[in-house]
Design a protein around this ligand. Structure first.
Ligand code: SF4
Length: 326
């Protein structure tokens, strides 16, 4: 089995107490069975705290979030009391993995870092180097990797998509359009305000996301058609490569390659609209601002299966209830 990672992957470190949007807040955190059994075996005061802080329902065990939707083990310094008391090995699978994601193939696993983590976002978007996929050390000599013909064709095609996105001789808008053409798709012709209306009809969690969409809805279209300076292209290149790396492979399962490519380019387009609004106000576009827009988009869309399914269905032309919007 070959394990593949992006070239920036090894530089990732959780910033824990310095994280402004800790992944230990605002989500239901499921506890896998093995870790739940481990927690049930802990005795003493910490064992009692564990059992009081975990609830079990039809979906399994999860932490009982407090009134502010914080994990009950996230302390005042935003550090994890489970790590501090029992060590990192005692974390449940979700907490150990986050913000990593994995895509599985017949004899290959691809691993990446999700944009919903601010540290991962700043690392990925702040990288000036072209993203390259490299084998995880220890699996680089897996020369007998067996991939199906369909997988091999997919990887060859995806390399072409990456090459188009990373062709720095062109401005980013031309590259994004070229990817849509290569994948035989197009984004529905919508104004930024109309896209904002569609996103406002999806499930939403964070008020900041709603406020960004409302600002987009109210903004004069002309201000969103401005061209950002060339030096900002790198942010959108890295974003587009990330979305393709994370989402295109699902086409091997559902056959929706065109919709997945369109979904990826739509993500870049939506984030670029927020960036243009920011530029209009500040005449600048720092990495932290782009990473924050990307974090919000990722949390609200990529980490909501319902929203992902709805957007893919819309882009596949399958949602009659959104037909009026499209
Ligand atoms: S969101 Fe990222 S940086 Fe923040 S606590 Fe989670 S893993 Fe660490």
């Amino acid at each position: 089995m070959e394990y593949i990672i992006p070239n920036y992957y090894k530089a990732f470190h959780c910033i824990a107490g310095r994280c402004r949007h800790s992944c230990c807040m605002g989500w239901e955190i499921d506890i896998d069975e093995a870790t739940h059994a481990l927690y049930q075996g802990i005795s003493g005061a910490f064992g009692a705290r564990l059992s009081e802080s975990i609830e079990v329902d039809g979906d399994g065990a999860h932490f009982r979030l407090d009134a502010r939707e914080r994990c009950p083990f996230l302390n005042r310094e935003n550090l994890c009391d489970i790590i501090l008391t029992l060590g990192e090995d005692a974390l449940c699978q979700i907490c150990r993995d986050h913000p990593r994601f994995r895509n599985f193939f017949s004899d290959r696993t691809e691993i990446g870092l999700g944009l919903c983590c601010e540290a991962a976002g700043e690392l990925l978007l702040g990288s000036a180097e072209k993203m390259q996929l490299v084998p995880l050390v220890g699996t680089e000599n897996a020369t007998d990797t067996k991939l199906t013909e369909e997988e091999q064709r997919f990887f060859e095609f995806r390399e072409q998509v990456f090459a188009v996105l990373q062709n720095r001789a062109q401005r980013i808008d031309a590259r994004l359009q070229a990817v849509l053409t290569l994948c035989r798709t197009a984004l529905p012709q919508k104004s930024p305000a109309q896209w904002a209306e569609i996103f406002l009809r999806l499930e939403r969690l964070d008020d900041a996301w709603t406020q960004n969409l409302q600002a987009l809805q109210a903004a004069p279209t002309a201000s969103l058609l401005l061209t950002l300076p060339k030096e900002t292209d790198i942010f959108f290149e890295q974003l587009a490569v990330y979305f393709i790396y994370r989402h295109l492979a699902g086409a091997l399962e559902d056959g929706a390659l065109a919709a997945r490519a369109a979904f990826s380019m739509l993500g870049v387009q939506m984030i670029s609209y927020f960036c243009k609004l920011y530029w209009g106000k500040h005449d600048d576009l720092p990495l932290a601002a782009v990473a924050e827009f990307a974090r919000l988009y990722s949390s609200e869309i990529e980490y909501s299966q319902e929203n992902m399914d709805t957007l893919l269905a819309i882009l596949h032309g399958e949602r009659a209830d959104f037909a009026g919007d499209l």
